[in-house]
Write a protein that binds this ligand. Structure first.
Ligand code: GAP
Length: 469
């Protein structure tokens, strides 16, 4: 089950080095977060597993890494300059600014709030008597549109640079490279291009830890297909399945905490003819985890063809006179939001016989540390034997291994449980051949994080088994 309190997860993240508040020694910068030593391993594992699943393990996919800064015309063509807006309302009393639809979500539910028209937001806030969260007054201005793109300047002379944007989605880097990719690879439709990278949005109500931030990482796929050959409904259904399977079968998220949600017509992005999100049951309620599939039609390639003047048509290799603008299916995942869901889903507080423990039950595929080696005592020759084993494992496998000598063995087990290490290996005096009661020479104890079962195994069998991981 997800943690009942977000606070417990936020505090564990800080205490154990998963996620720290950004710029903390300067008093922080609101809603920015830095991934610590364990957080970066977790997020990297999620990203690598995503890349492996969708790029390396499929013949119909290739990867790309486009620049964050793009020609400003890209955002005119994509529709982001005119359409990428949120409904904002100001409190007339204290002048604070909020997203009207978000204030209405709690009262009306996410679905009902999302489909409200701009002119309905202020009357609805007044009718529902929803006051300003800052000063408590009920005195709202009508809602206005506010563009979410971050503007900056390119150029060395103050005030004379060109206005450019930090990309609000990675997707456009893929569309503007469609011609490059299709000309330099032998990919035939249908095929997809995947990209992982930072995106930026000037969100008005960031919050709920890393759920909604202004700087975040996306993992996006633009899947190009010939709409006269492949029915979009079939491509859509397949990507819904593949997205769900990634979350459940690869990342190990409990399917009871996930659900599909189709976008209502009024809620669809300007480019989409149909979108289904996968939502996660966050401690504050159901919220968008990722877009399982969005049918972007041929909108983006057509727009870029028109705005750039470049021919972006795809030539059918079997019929070279046949040229088409492919249609696009887009599954889009937020790496930070997924990392947060994974943390919440893995978080457990368990009552043991004489104790309680906090444990992160990560899937083995994404745990930040694969295994920990714990010498039973600080005796020099015992540590030397444990170090020997540590070096052997890191040389012979790709596993991430922790070596922990600080504190009692019980405390070290609890520490490894709290950071989600699936296996602990204890090296003791039995291993050295000095105490048969602890075990036979050259054997170690292996402890499983979830079952708490301990098993004695020879080092030879252990390293052979790990080498196959
Ligand atoms: N290219 C399509 C697109 O960007 P989106 O639904 O706006 O679609 C896709 O974003 C995913 O990116 C979301 O499902 C979420 O996981 C993540 N995301 C979007 N805005 C975010 C934010 N402000 N903070 C963190 N993650 C965000």
């Amino acid at each position: 089950m997800p943690a009942t309190s977000l606070d417990s997860v936020v505090s564990l993240c800080k205490r154990r080095g998963f996620i720290f508040p950004g710029s903390e020694i300067y008093g922080g910068l609101a809603n920015t977060w830095d991934y610590g030593p364990l957080g970066v391993e977790l997020k990297n594992n999620i990203k690598q597993l995503w890349w492996k699943t969708f790029v390396h393990k499929r013949q119909d996919m290739v990867g790309l890494d486009a620049a964050i800064l793009m020609n400003p015309k890209v955002w005119e063509a994509s529709g982001h300059v005119s359409n990428f807006n949120d409904p904002l309302i100001d409190c007339k009393a204290c002048k604070q600014r909020f997203r009207g639809d978000k204030l209405l979500e709690e009262k009306l539910g996410i679905e009902a709030a999302a489909v409200l028209k701009l002119e309905q937001v202020q009357p609805m806030l007044m009718a529902e008597k929803i006051p300003c969260p800052s000063c408590g007054k009920l005195d709202w201005t009508p809602a206005k549109k506010f563009n979410l793109m971050f503007k900056t300047q390119q150029g060395v002379i103050e005030g004379e640079g060109t206005d450019i944007y930090l990309r609000p989605e990675t997707a456009q880097g893929i569309f503007v490279n469609f011609k490059n990719v299709s000309q330099t690879t032998r990919m035939r439709l249908p095929f997809g291009v995947a990209q992982i990278g930072k995106a930026f949005r000037n969100e008005i109500t960031p919050g709920n830890f890393t759920f909604r931030t202004r700087e975040f990482e996306q993992m996006e796929i633009e899947y190009f297909f010939d709409a006269t050959i492949n029915k979009w409904e079939d491509v859509f259904a397949q990507w819904k399945k593949d997205s769900w399977s990634f979350l459940v079968d690869q990342l190990g998220i409990n399917p009871e905490n996930l659900r599909f949600r189709d976008h209502e017509k009024d809620e669809l992005s300007h480019y989409s003819k149909g979108t289904t999100d996968i939502e996660y049951k966050f401690p504050w309620g159901w919220g968008e985890l990722c877009a399982a599939a969005a049918y972007r039609t041929d909108f983006d390639l057509n727009q870029h063809q028109q705005f750039s003047g470049e021919d972006l048509q795809y030539t059918d290799p079997d019929e070279p006179t046949r040229k088409i603008i492919p249609h696009v299916m887009e599954p889009s995942y937020g790496a930070d939001r997924i990392a947060l869901a994974v943390l919440l889903d893995a978080f457990n507080e368990e009552k043991l016989e004489n104790d309680t423990r906090t444990v992160l039950k990560f899937s083995d595929k994404i745990a930040p540390i694969d295994l920990a080696i714990l010498p039973l005592s600080k005796k020099e020759h015992l540590i030397a034997k444990a170090q020997e084993l540590y070096k052997k494992i890191i040389q012979e496998t790709d596993l991430t291994v922790d070596f922990d000598v600080t504190g009692s063995i019980g405390k070290r087990y609890r520490r490894q449980d709290e950071i989600g290490t699936p296996i602990c290996i204890t090296v003791d005096f039995g291993t050295l051949g000095e105490d048969e009661a602890q075990g036979l020479k050259d054997t170690v104890t292996i402890r499983d994080r979830d079952t708490l079962q301990q098993e004695r195994m020879s080092i030879e069998d252990l390293t052979e088994r790990l080498a196959r991981c």
